[in-house]
Design a protein around this ligand. Structure first.
Ligand SMILES: [Zn+2]
Length: 308
């Protein structure tokens, strides 16, 4: 008799949860939880009184003392043979003004690989918008240079988003972010600017970009369709489930808060009482759910992913 020995390439650390959307499989790839003070800074109007008013937020989305919980992760999608990544987190080793994001060191790439998405196998990277916590793993550092992490992928950005940042005077931290995480992708010829019509546009079979401007001018949500099944990845149109209860709560980094509220209300109204799964780009576990209308507002009915 001999004992089973795992082969050397066996994955022992496991990967995150996954959701089936018809024939599509959506994996959540964790980068890091955001530190506890993030919620009060990001969504200052989401006070503990507001949280108390929506008991369904606890325990998954808020702590007992009313602090909002937030996370940084990507969604990795298997779509009819195409391997798609939606947003790339904060990244490792980057110089950032936010101390929680400065020179981060996480096993994100190992987790992505464990989910079945080795970097060289990724075909498409969709960036919902060009903020620091959505573009970080676009690149990694090798011999003092930042090089594209996904060398065989096309990186998609809405043209409206690109044009906005190209036309504003950026402060030094933002210039640094473009230098280390965006320009290397462009310079390698991997960047595609996409004209996204107001009604949304398909970028791959079953994958559509839907304009949800406000947080940034070119911010998009990502719609997934397969047969009768569908899902929407929020990007930063919705930062936290508390914004289902109070859609008018804006984030301190929204460029046009009124437009952000409008986009969020439209998105939530279109999802309410449907079978479309909402996947939150910063929602902590269980991260996904169905939107139901209740008492003139909305709530999230969590749909945990299966372990993959
Ligand atoms: Zn974000």
């Amino acid at each position: 008799m001999h004992q089973f020995t795992p082969p050397p390439h066996a994955i022992t650390h496991g990967s995150g949860p996954a959701w089936a959307v018809g024939d599509l499989l959506v994996h959540r790839v964790d980068e890091t939880e955001l530190p506890p003070p993030t919620g009060a800074w990001l969504l200052p109007d989401a006070t503990s009184d507001v949280v108390d008013d929506a008991p369904w937020l606890r325990p998954d989305f808020a702590t007992s003392d009313g602090a909002l919980q937030l996370a940084s992760h990507s969604f990795a999608i298997e779509a009819d043979g195409l391997r798609v990544l939606v947003d790339t987190g904060i990244g490792n080793g980057k110089t950032r003004a936010n101390p929680a994001w400065d020179h981060l060191d996480t096993p994100y790439l190992r987790r992505l690989t464990a989910a079945g998405f080795a970097p060289e196998s990724v075909d498409l990277v969709i960036l919902t918008h060009l903020h620091t916590d959505h573009v970080g793993w676009n690149t990694f550092e090798r011999d003092g240079s930042w090089i594209p992490t996904f060398p065989h992928a096309r990186y998609l950005v809405a043209r409206a988003e690109w044009d906005y940042w190209a036309g504003v005077e950026m402060d030094e931290p933002r210039r640094q972010m473009f230098r280390d995480s965006v320009h290397p992708v462009r310079d390698a010829g991997l960047l595609d600017l996409v004209d996204v019509p107001a009604a949304g546009g398909e970028v791959a079979p079953g994958i559509r970009l839907r304009p949800t401007p406000g947080h940034t001018p070119g911010q998009v949500a990502v719609e997934l369709h397969s047969g009768a099944h569908s899902a929407v990845i929020t990007g930063d149109c919705v930062h936290h489930p508390v914004q289902l209860h109070r859609p008018a709560i804006t984030s301190c980094v929204d460029i046009d808060p009124a437009q952000a509220i409008h986009s969020r209300r439209e998105l939530l109204a279109s999802l309410a009482d449907t079978e479309t799964l909402l996947l939150g780009s910063h929602f902590p576990p269980p991260t996904a759910g169905l939107v139901t209308a209740e008492g003139g507002t909305y709530r999230l009915r969590p749909v945990p992913g299966a372990s993959s």
